[in-house]
Design a protein around this ligand. Structure first.
Ligand code: PGA
Length: 245
């Protein structure tokens, strides 16, 4: 089973989200081989979720607030997303970390809030170009894992998405051999914190042309795709490429 998760970011307005969701709803593919997950904007979330309720397609939140309710202008809590049918939530996406200033501590609170309400968090981690050039890639990834996973129950269900910051939205995807090696490092490190088998996804400029290179690697359980996931034909060819592997 491979996971193909579509992070629509702020690319699609409500009607564009519904057009794409309806197109995807008519697509047939082998659901034993691939799990499709959609991460629409908060505005489109409930309608997209309604469309796929009871189907193998899962819908997730791009971001969550950690407190169930209260005076947090602009926030939507993990609990509210759970009530609205979210299966997954992205936490710690690098755009949240570096544009919106979220710290590892914020990411931990969001991660814990998801587990508390029964949403599967997808913990996004990744090094910056500076980390990479300074030889600090593994240090950064291990730190991001440690600050969130220390103290978490060994039975907790979650995913990790390895998304090098320099590869997101740049067209400069991480070489597949390097990505596979890093996934091994991440999986090794995860053994410290969990007794579960945790899927680790690769994200960062994945498209329907380069996806084939990652597919043969056992340690890469699937993909978190941004820009290439916001358009029907791209999603269609991504699905086809994964299924053909
Ligand atoms: P990208 O984004 O595919 O546009 O690089 C990936 C992500 O941010 O999850």
């Amino acid at each position: 089973m491979k996971y193909l998760f579509a992070n629509w970011k702020m690319y699609l307005n409500f009607s564009e989200s519904m057009i794409l969701a309806n197109q995807l709803a008519t697509m047939s593919y082998d659901t034993e081989k691939i799990q499709l997950g959609l991460f629409p904007s908060t505005l489109a979330f409930t309608e997209v979720e309604k469309l796929f309720r009871g189907s193998p397609v899962c819908v997730g939140a791009q971001n969550v607030g950690w407190t169930p309710k209260g005076a947090y202008t602009g926030a939507v809590s993990a609990q509210m997303f759970k009530e609205a049918g979210a299966t997954y939530a992205l936490v710690g996406h690098s755009e949240r970390r570096y544009i919106f200033g979220e710290t590892n501590d914020d990411v931990k609170k969001k991660f814990d809030a998801c587990l508390d309400v029964g949403i599967i968090p997808i913990l996004c981690i990744g090094e910056t170009k500076e980390d990479l050039e300074a030889g600090k890639r593994e240090y950064r990834l291990k730190k991001q894992l440690m600050t969130v996973l220390e103290g978490v129950s060994k039975d907790a269900q979650f995913f990790v998405a390895y998304e090098p910051v320099w590869a997101i939205g740049t067209g400069e995807a991480c070489d597949h051999l390097q990505a596979a090696e890093i996934h091994d490092v991440i999986k090794d490190e995860l053994n410290t914190y969990t007794s579960q088998s945790i899927p680790v996804l690769y994200g960062g400029s994945v498209n329907d042309e380069n996806v084939v290179f990652y597919l043969p690697h056992q340690s890469i359980d699937g993909f978190l795709v941004g820009s290439a996931s916001a358009e029907r034909d791209h999603v269609h060819s991504l699905l086809a490429a994964v299924l053909a592997a």
